[in-house]
Design a protein around this ligand. Structure first.
Ligand SMILES: [Zn+2]
Length: 352
């Protein structure tokens, strides 16, 4: 790794950075200095003063100090709700070294991991990739520095029982190791993968969907459902869920839309990985509404036709009825004429 002191000669005149870091992190100045020395970095380089949060992150990672990254109680509760459902939580390379987001994540998730006896899992292959990034001069300096210091943090977390490094062999790339691992372990475990890689995320969500199709849901009696509601909740099929790590350690889950097949990020809900995206949802809803409106128009048209037919029948009936009345009247008139003629004839006969 290219040392900072060789690439940047802009030196700070005093030990302001050391003092500030020591004060903020409640550490002795010598310890802050030791951290930079152990990482072969020149703390007096102005780069570290100008990038204070990165400098703080380096010291915190080196000594495993996470107090400054703990959020409020509500956020911790949210982390608990999100993580408790998973048996295993795997981390890909990028989220580990993207800004200080992993520090926020582990600082807030550690309570849940500890309480529920769960561990974060990082593959040996992922560690190899990270060592490669630390040595790769084409990468940005802050990324290289994070990749260099994170293994120290992992050691602290491993000592506390919060993290383990899993060896899955050295062939191929970490993505393939993760996918084949989930194929095996996803059958019986609820797995969470945290990655910034969209392609890998889509691969794993598809895998999770395939696993769900082949797995029978555990069946529970009414009594079990009644008495162990929490337990039943945790049986909701997810098997393999993929999230992206966000600012402040938040997680956003990747879903694939079963309609347009596009992937998108949203909150972590209890459901399968294939869910309609909002535009498809509205499109389908609009289509439904249009179909409903068309049906209503057709129904109105049908009713109108029925009504018109009925009116026509009624009119015909009325015409028939008028005809009958005329005929009756004609018969009455005829009867009257005949009666008059008969009376007239009788009178004539009597007169004769
Ligand atoms: Zn869609």
């Amino acid at each position: 790794m290219l040392e900072v002191k060789n690439q940047n000669n802009n030196k700070s005149d005093n030990d302001t950075l050391l003092k500030k870091l020591a004060k903020d992190l409640k550490l002795g100045e010598y310890k802050v200095k030791l951290c930079f020395t152990k990482l072969s970095l020149d703390y007096s380089d102005k780069y570290f003063e100008d990038n204070y949060s990165l400098s703080k992150e380096l010291v915190c990672s080196y000594y495993g100090i996470l107090d400054d990254y703990i959020r409020d109680d509500e956020a911790k509760k949210e982390f608990d709700l999100q993580i408790k459902r998973f048996d295993e939580v795997y981390l890909d390379t990028a989220p580990l070294i993207h800004e200080d987001w992993f520090l926020f994540f582990i600082a807030n998730a550690s309570l849940t991991l500890h309480k529920r006896r769960k561990k974060l899992v990082i593959l040996e292959k992922t560690m190899e990739e990270m060592f490669g990034i630390a040595r790769n001069e084409e990468k940005d300096l802050d990324v290289r520095l994070r990749a260099k210091v994170r293994p120290f943090l992992f050691q602290h977390l491993a000592k506390k029982g919060l993290l383990k490094i899993m060896d899955t062999g050295s062939k191929g790339i970490a993505d393939d190791h993760l996918v084949s691992l989930f194929k095996r372990r996803g059958k019986n475990n609820n797995i969470l993968l945290i990655t910034q890689d969209r392609y890998l995320s889509e691969r794993v969500v598809q895998l999770g969907e395939n696993l769900n199709k082949n797995i029978d849901l555990p069946s529970h009696s009414f009594l079990e459902r009644f008495t162990q509601r929490k337990f039943i909740d945790e049986d909701i099929v997810k098997k393999v869920v993929v999230c992206e790590l966000m600012k402040n350690g938040d997680l956003l889950r990747l879903y694939i839309c079963q309609h347009c097949r596009d992937s998108y990020y949203d909150k972590l809900f209890d459901c399968g990985g294939f869910v309609l995206c909002s535009s498809c949802y509205y499109e389908i809803e609009n289509e439904k509404q249009t179909q409903k409106a068309i049906k209503q128009i057709e129904e109105k048209k049908r009713l109108k036709e029925l009504q018109e037919a009925q009116e026509k029948r009624d009119l015909e009936q009325q015409i028939i009825t008028v005809g009958k009345i005329i005929k009756r009247k004609q018969r009455q008139v005829l009867a009257a004429i005949i009666s008059i003629l008969v009376v007239f004839l009788i009178i004539v006969l009597l007169l004769i």
